[in-house]
Design a binder for this molecule. Structure first.
Ligand code: GLC
Ligand code: CA
Length: 559
């Protein structure tokens, strides 16, 4: 496969090749010692991000929220939660980030609000049939006395997607019951979000990450249609009542007009968590959001065929719609990739987490080796890469958090069947010792395991072979290499060794086999600890790449 789509990387297109770093604000750094990370904390750690060399940060929600779903339940989309700071703190963060050349992306959560949002409280008060209720999805129940839910829709977090109110009507919530779904047929809802985009764009934000982007348009015609299975592959004709309907694209075309009111135009990236299909990529069309997360790399296991397949598909699909490619290995919603790759192919991650990580023992050295190789692979791919805070430290999932500290609603709503996502949201270790390992002065909202200190940021800085140094070097080197969208596989004759060519004669090789393989050229970077460019291995023209390692190199001339 070889493809070189036209691409002009001007400043307006910075996001097409960006390395974006996801900050989960409550878990990044706590400036005022209340155990909760905050915006001044992010600001105080900007030098870490600048040294990492990333192009942008994406801030997960920092808006006022009762925290029923980690801040994705919002009571005011245009303010800062007082526990996380103020709008002034936000402005100061944007100013400082911009001064350091770091762009800022904020999270927009348009599918639902908090049940404490003024609109929802008004809707409850105003009663059935009111204009206030029309902003949400209220229906009478079925069965005797309307005591059964209006439809069989299920919540992503377990159980029915319907909750009954005191006056007997039901409302729809595709996530927690504290997250009522908005009705996107309502004009006020549409206006509210257009104005919210302008509000943040006017404050200087450079882009938006759109939460659950595929679910805003729903078929709410009477009688409501059945959709009991959220996880199935969606129909390819947009006919699902809840997800990925054709009409949702109209909404994003109207948002694009707002993005384009600004100079440079604001960027956006869609989150659509469904089995990936050719329709997934449509959100990234240039007249819509421009970018969509491709989670297929994140869902693939440490296996050459899986990696090859998802990379090929993603590049082909993106090229066909003209959207900008995205790659993700970790986020606040999935177990950290170092942990995932250390487990045997086929491991049931949910079961593994429920066993507190005892079902299959995890070897931290295997985890580090594979995670570093995967990162070197991801950063070599054309397009933009999204990093999740802590992966640059090599952090593992905190798999054995005790049940009584878990906060993710998934745990409660599945009757404790699933552990949920807290294990990747544990506050970061900045120093090997001290209260909450330098996260703050006074503990942390989720307990940090004792081994967290060994992954602290401070001692990794400047330490040859550390994961942090690998990230810094890879990101810096990536910036200096030509970043067009050229990509072509090269057959290695070995199914376990992936190799591809990028622009201007640089290539990447990933050795997923159990034996070392020769690197046919001059090494630029390898994922192996202790073999940074300039070290002994780095100077060798024809080096060996050990098992489960990845390298960037300039191919030898005879190649
Ligand atoms: C997205 C977020 C996730 C959140 C959900 C509901 O999937 O990434 O964290 O729980 O939307 O807003
Ligand atoms: Ca705090």
């Amino acid at each position: 496969m070889s493809m070189t789509p036209p691409s002009a990387t001007t400043d307006r297109d910075w996001w097409r090749t960006a390395v974006v770093y996801q900050v989960y604000p409550r878990s990044f750094a706590d400036a005022n010692g209340d155990g909760i990370g905050d915006l001044p904390g992010v600001r105080s750690r900007l030098s870490h991000l600048a040294e990492l060399g990333i192009d942008a940060i994406w801030l997960s929600p920092f808006y006022p929220s009762p925290l029923a779903d980690g801040g994705y339940d919002i009571t005011d989309h245009r303010d800062v939660d007082p526990r996380l700071g103020t709008l002034d703190d936000f402005d100061a963060l944007v100013t400082d980030a911009h001064e350091r050349g770091i762009k800022v992306i904020v999270d927009i959560v348009p599918n639902h609000t908090s049940d404490q949002h003024p609109w929802f409280l008004e809707a409850l008060r105003a009663g059935p049939g009111s204009a206030e209720r029309r902003r949400y999805i209220f229906r009478d129940g079925t069965g005797p006395g309307g005591s059964e839910p209006p439809a069989d829709w299920q919540s992503h977090f377990g159980g029915s997607a319907w909750e009954r109110t005191d006056d007997g009507q039901w409302y729809c919530h595709l996530f927690a019951r504290e997250q009522p779904d908005l009705n996107w047929d309502d004009e006020q809802v549409r206006e509210y979000f257009l104005d919210t985009l302008r509000f943040w764009a006017d404050r200087g934000v450079d882009g938006f990450r759109i939460d659950v982007a595929h679910s805003l348009a729903k078929d709410l015609s009477h009688p409501l249609r059945s959709q009991p299975d959220l996880d199935r592959v969606l129909p390819l004709d947009g006919s699902d009542p809840l997800y990925d309907r054709d009409e949702v694209h109209e909404i994003y075309r109207s948002w694009r007009k707002v993005f384009d009111e600004y100079d440079p135009p604001r960027m956006a990236v869609a989150e659509t968590w469904t089995p990936t299909s050719s329709r997934t990529y449509l959100y990234g069309r240039p007249d819509e959001l421009g970018q969509v997360f491709d989670f297929s790399l994140l869902k693939a296991e440490w296996h050459p065929d899986q990696l090859r397949t998802v990379i090929s598909r993603s590049i082909e699909e993106h090229t066909s719609i003209g959207g900008a490619m995205t790659w993700v290995l970790s986020s606040h919603d999935v177990p950290r990739h170092a942990t995932r790759y250390a487990l045997p192919v086929g491991t049931d991650l949910d079961a593994w987490l429920s066993s507190d990580g005892t079902l299959v023992p995890l070897d931290p050295e295997v985890a580090a080796r594979r995670a570093r190789a995967a990162t070197v692979l991801m950063l070599a791919l054309p397009g933009s890469a999204y990093l999740y805070q802590g992966e640059e430290l090599g952090l593992l999932e905190a798999a054995d958090l005790p049940a009584d500290v878990l906060q993710d609603p998934v745990h409660e709503r599945t009757g404790h069947q699933l552990k949920g996502r807290d294990g990747c949201r544990v506050p970061l270790p900045w120093t090997p010792e001290g209260s909450s390992f330098g996260f703050g002065d006074n503990g942390s909202w989720l307990p940090q395991p004792a081994w967290f200190g060994a992954y602290a940021a401070a001692p990794q800085g400047g330490r040859a072979g550390s994961t942090l140094e690998l990230y810094r070097q890879a990101i810096a080197l990536r910036r200096s290499l030509v970043q067009d969208e050229h990509f072509a596989w090269i057959d290695t004759g070995d199914a376990e060794v992936l190799r591809f060519e990028r622009s201007e004669g640089w290539q990447c090789m990933v050795n997923l086999s159990a034996r070392p393989v020769p690197v046919p050229g001059q090494l630029l970077l390898t994922s192996e600890p202790g073999s940074e460019p300039g070290s002994e291995t780095g100077r060798t023209a024809y080096a060996e790449l050990s098992s489960e390692a990845a390298a960037w190199f300039r191919p030898a001339r005879e190649e």
